[in-house]
Design a protein around this ligand. Structure first.
Ligand SMILES: [Zn+2]
Length: 115
């Protein structure tokens, strides 16, 4: 059972304001931790951290997502959620976007500037 829980509790990498982070997968722990690209293990460290250790789930095209987001001049607009991420679903904002989706969104915003 403990092993089953450990396997299920994976920290999902996402981009928040131009940084890779992951939310702690432990229920009721609202901590989020900054990640280095491709960091394999999540540690809910620091003040307020529950010290949980979990595997990090990275998107297959993390580098492409990152490159697409770097094309955005404003760091706070560099955001990406994995598919079905709780917070994105709750807030009604895009999740599981492909690199093409991100570029399309970027172009849409540029078009608004041009109007
Ligand atoms: Zn935690």
């Amino acid at each position: 059972m403990a092993q089953l829980l450990a396997a299920a509790a994976r920290a999902r990498a996402r981009v928040n304001h131009g940084r890779w982070i992951a939310d702690c997968p432990r229920p009721y722990c609202a901590n989020a931790v900054k990640l280095d690209p491709r960091q394999p293990v999540f540690h809910c460290a620091g003040e307020g951290g529950c010290q949980m250790i979990a595997e990090v789930e990275w998107p297959g095209d993390a580098d492409g997502i990152w490159q697409a987001l770097l094309e955005r001049p404003v760091p706070t607009t560099r955001n990406w959620y994995p598919p079905g991420h709780d917070e994105a679903v709750r807030l009604g904002i895009p999740h599981g976007q492909s690199v093409a989706d991100l570029r399309a969104e970027h172009r849409e915003h540029d078009d608004q500037l041009a109007v």
